[in-house]
Design a protein around this ligand. Structure first.
Ligand SMILES: NC(=O)c1ccc[n+]([C@@H]2O[C@H](COP(=O)([O-])OP(=O)(O)OC[C@H]3O[C@@H](n4cnc5c(N)ncnc54)[C@H](O)[C@@H]3O)[C@@H](O)[C@H]2O)c1
Ligand SMILES: O=P(O)(O)OC[C@@H](O)[C@@H](O)[C@H](O)[C@H](O)CO
Length: 402
């Protein structure tokens, strides 16, 4: 497969899905890069090469379309073409494939590192845009496993691995063309300035903000937007709602999610000096407002997907709870979120993690599953609260009333 590489700086983006086409790829293309998307879906890659662009539908009251131009695609298994692209004037490589897929990218990334070393190429930056704290560090560790000592030292010197927070709601979208993508107007991409290397070409990327307080911004986004989103989806599922819009428009769910976000917010403000109560409450209000966009069709099944990943320590549910425990702050709303996540069992069985979680609760019992997930001691007050909430929610859901 050949890729058209015009005389322009090149950005490589792994994952031509919703956030890839709908956000990061679009920001990079608008910043003046030729964007090479790498994906496993042949129909998407073929369409990118045939069209060389796609439509971005901005969904709000004044919905409109923006054209993203100057893009092409490569299959992630086509290491030969990836090698050729790596010789172009690349300055940034990004990913949006899903946290669990990151290890699978080690081989193509290692190929890029080896090629650039052999070709004596200068510095580039790699930014993993996934909903996971320290996603880029995880990717780096996986790439290191594919390299020898000399290649690893070239990588340390020449490749900046920058962690980021990435925020734009981009659900699957049915347009006229397979590449069409529908997005909310809001977007925020914040990258760790301390890890970025100076590249040649050195392109200013409008739409990519940098900060030296990255952990704070990642936690703010994950423990607010993703935390609220997850709880809305799990309570929505239990109330038999199919979309985030229907769920958040249910007063009891809106109030439960608001409570959880007030709790995570109190912990975030306490933990990070750069946040204050007033601004953070505004951030929460904006977040909740984004969930009520009537032009977006976002399924609770998408937002709640992979509940075991979302129930990991440090992620959107246990992360803010751990922070509340650290400062002895109220956390009942967040504990309800965990109880609801443990009851997430969407029909169809496509969500393997949801199935596995239900199986696990059935086999080991809720108490033992929670001990494993949380690392708390038997008889922990929060653990007992989750169990009580779980039983209450289960009963209410079965009666179809929440
Ligand atoms: N959609 C959103 O609203 C949103 C917003 C912020 C962050 N994110 C994060 O972005 C990531 C992607 O989410 P998404 O919603 O775009 O998912 P998606 O499923 O729409 O896109 C993922 C893409 O990765 C591709 N892929 C899978 N394996 C691959 C591989 N080995 N090599 C190359 N490509 C591969 C898939 O084919 C797909 O096109 C996730 O980590 C998600 O948490 C999503
Ligand atoms: O992508 P996930 O599964 O980690 O989380 C689901 C949604 O909360 C998420 O995709 C949001 O839409 C996104 O993080 C908004 O920036």
């Amino acid at each position: 497969m050949t890729v058209v590489t015009p005389k322009k700086p090149v950005a490589i983006h792994f994952g031509a899905g919703n956030i890839g086409r709908g956000f990061i790829g679009a920001v990079l293309a608008h910043a003046g890069f030729h964007v090479v998307f790498v994906d496993v879906q042949k129909n998407i890659i073929d369409a990118l090469n045939e069209e060389g662009g796609y439509d971005l539908h901005i969904l709000n009251n004044g919905s409109h379309t923006e054209r993203v131009e100057d893009v092409s695609g490569v299959l992630s298994t086509d290491l030969e073409t990836i090698e050729n692209v790596a010789k172009e004037p690349v300055s940034i490589i990004t990913t949006a494939v899903g946290a669990s897929v990151l290890p699978k990218l080690a081989k193509p990334f290692a190929q890029i590192v080896k090629t650039r070393m052999a070709d004596k190429r200068g510095p580039i930056n790699i930014v993993a845009c996934e909903n996971l704290q320290h996603a880029t560090d995880l990717l780096k560790k996986e790439i290191e496993k594919e390299l020898n000592d000399e290649e690893r030292s070239y990588m340390d010197e020449n490749i900046g691995f920058a962690v980021c927070a990435v925020d734009r709601i981009v659900p699957p979208f049915k347009g006229e063309h397979i590449l069409d993508v529908g997005v909310e107007p809001f977007f925020e991409w914040t990258v760790d300035v301390n890890s970025l290397k100076k590249t040649d070409p050195d392109v200013h990327i409008k739409g990519m903000h940098t900060t030296d307080n990255l952990d704070a911004y990642v936690q703010r986004k994950l423990f607010t937007l993703n935390c609220g989103h997850a709880i809305t989806s799990y309570l929505g599922f239990l109330s038999h709602k199919s979309t985030i819009l229907d769920a958040i428009n249910t007063p009891s769910i809106h109030s439960a999610v608001s409570q959880a976000l007030r709790e995570s917010g109190a912990a975030l403000v306490r933990k990070h000096a750069i946040f204050n109560e007033t601004d953070h409450q505004r951030y929460i209000d904006t977040t909740l407002h984004r969930f009520t966009n009537p032009h977006m069709h976002d399924e609770v099944a998408r937002v709640g997907r992979e509940p075991m990943r979302k129930l990991k320590r440090g992620d959107r549910l246990l992360g803010p709870i751990e922070m509340c425990r650290e400062f002895d702050l109220p956390r009942d709303g967040l504990l309800t979120g965990v109880a609801a996540a443990l009851l997430f069992a969407p029909e169809g069985g496509e969500d393997k993690e949801a199935k596995e979680l239900q199986e696990s609760v059935k086999q080991k019992g809720l108490n033992d599953v929670l001990l494993e997930l949380t690392g708390w001691k038997d008889g922990d007050e929060d653990l007992d609260k989750i169990i009580r909430e779980y039983e209450g929610l289960k009963g209410k859901s079965q009666n179809s009333r929440l």
